[in-house]
Ligand binder design. Structure first.
Ligand code: FAD
Length: 356
């Protein structure tokens, strides 16, 4: 059995940071402050151009505080988080949550609906069943769920089974039946990057880049006064995704994130490899030719929700969806002979691929 979690690999963040520094050597670079650490089972980095109140120490402290709070709110890997308590209660009465949780869940439900349920934060029972969630049984991990188990799990999945209720004084989450299980793993990193960006905005920072694994928020310019540049893979010149050329993408001070089916997978006892990206319609991990989708947009929560749904849809439908809505996306697919890769991007993406 083999499991690979690429997001545990700090190399990706290193590549992004190097490129983000820009390559205009004519201008003397401005001072930067960096902060990095572990969160959400992965790594984060923050680059601030100029000052931060309290310097690097202040930035480390404030960032850790924000990330700790988010984990205590939405981590399904922490059994004491507010979300875990909601998932574990058999009560279907309104359950008190924070306003931030209400915001992230409301946005996830809205984006999920736009994607026709291809991204669905109630997919948790299937994620757990296929061995990718926190509720995994190590001995069961390489077993393939039966059709009966998949059907049972599917009965508890659907964005219409989850309700956010906001009153004058508080926010609540309500589920239609006790077995609904909310999994915010797909949007959590983007949400975290947005919250770190919010912290930097509050402190008056004008130019920064924040990354939690593959979810990135940028603002302003880098230390050479140029647009932030993030690298995405171009696998066409190589055999294996992960050892490839990188394509520079200018973010235009926006968010960018990638969902990939090839970084986190399990080899099961039928000898086949299964990805952690589940199609809620079939109840099974996706197995089409599309291996990753990168999205640029206004917030990392939004791009992180979009990229998963577009990956589930598959490249052709994702590109049509993006072109109809003018969304910048970059898609990597296996070619039809399954001996190499193809890269496709939406019309709107072209504007971001011509960095000055
Ligand atoms: P993405 O593509 O962004 O998301 C894939 C994940 O979303 C899947 O793993 C699954 O959980 C879920 N998913 C699959 N299909 C769908 C679908 N169709 N619709 C919606 N969701 C889907 N991991 C650890 O190992 N240890 C930890 O302590 C830990 N703590 C975490 C704390 C927080 C607050 C969060 C948000 C995540 C944490 N994780 C932890 C999970 C880990 O970081 C996730 O694997 C990661 O968030 C998934 O992100 P990704 O970028 O790899 O994949």
């Amino acid at each position: 059995m083999r499991i690979l979690k690429f997001f545990m690999n700090p190399a990706l963040l290193a590549i992004m940071t190097v490129l983000a520094s820009g390559c205009d050597f004519a201008t003397a670079p401005k001072e930067e402050i960096h902060s990095d650490g572990k969160t959400m089972g992965t790594f984060y980095t923050i680059t601030v151009v100029g000052d931060y109140p309290g310097g690097q120490k202040g930035l480390n402290r404030d960032a850790e505080e924000v990330l700790h709070r988010i984990n205590k709110e939405i981590s399904t890997f922490d059994k004491d988080s507010i979300l875990s308590k909601f998932n574990n209660t058999s009560s279907t009465a309104p359950f008190r949550i924070t306003q931030d949780m209400a915001d992230v869940i409301t946005t996830s439900i809205r984006v999920g609906a736009e994607l026709n349920g291809a991204m669905d934060i109630t997919v948790g029972p299937l994620v757990n069943l296929w061995g990718f969630g926190p509720k995994k049984d190590k001995n069961e991990e390489n077993k393939i769920p039966t059709i009966d188990e998949i059907q049972k799990a599917k009965a508890n999945i659907g964005l219409d089974k989850l309700h956010v209720e906001i009153t004058k004084n508080a926010a609540y989450l309500r589920k239609d039946n006790p077995d609904i299980y909310v999994d915010l793993a797909t949007v959590g990193e983007g949400y975290g990057a947005d919250k770190l960006a919010e912290l930097l905005d509050r402190k008056g920072v004008q130019n920064y880049m924040v990354a939690i694994a593959g979810a990135i928020r940028t603002k302003g310019v880098n230390n050479r006064g140029r647009d932030w540049v993030v690298a995405i893979e171009d696998p066409r010149n190589d055999q294996a995704v992960g050892q490839n050329m990188m394509v520079p993408v200018c973010t235009g001070g926006q968010a960018i994130s990638t969902s990939g089916s090839y970084r986190n997978y399990l080899a099961k006892n039928d000898g086949k490899v299964y990805t952690h990206i589940i199609d809620p319609a079939t109840g099974k991990p996706v197995n089409h030719r599309t291996v990753s989708v990168t999205v640029i947009g206004p917030t990392a929560l939004w791009t992180d929700a979009m990229d998963t749904g577009l990956l589930v849809m598959g490249g052709e439908k994702a590109l049509q969806f993006a072109n109809e809505r003018n969304i910048p996306i970059y898609v990597i697919m296996r070619n039809e002979n399954n001996d190499g890769f193809e890269v496709h991007y939406s019309r709107a993406m072209q504007n971001y691929m011509q960095c000055e």
